[in-house]
Design a protein. Structure first.
Length: 102
């Protein structure tokens, strides 16, 4: 009877197809894992770059703050000198005397 051989053949074909699908699935999983690892490496590298940029920006902002304080101090000095010049006394009451011939 050929029916058991046909059933066995179909089962063998189904098993072979399942094995091929399993190999293909393993290959896809490996590719997916490689892609995830690559993305994680890029992500970590970008985080390091961001942290370095933040540190640099902090240093620049500290320097800018120092310069701002220096400018404010020099402006205070300027304002003080300017106030002295602006409020200088006027000499309107000084008169010249005529000299008498001797």
């Amino acid at each position: 009877m050929p029916i058991p051989f046909i059933v066995a053949g179909i089962a063998a074909l189904a098993g072979a197809a399942g094995a091929a699908s399993a190999v293909k699935g393993v290959s896809k999983m490996r590719d997916a894992n490689n892609l995830v690892e690559s993305a994680n490496r890029r992500h970590k590298r970008n985080i390091r770059r961001l942290e370095e940029s933040n540190k640099e920006a902090d240093r620049d902002m500290d320097e800018l703050g120092t310069l701002e304080l220096q400018i404010l101090k020099s402006f205070e000095d300027f304002a003080s000198v300017f106030e002295k010049i602006k409020n200088k006394p006027t000499l309107c009451c000084v008169r010249k005397r005529k000299r008498q011939a001797s």
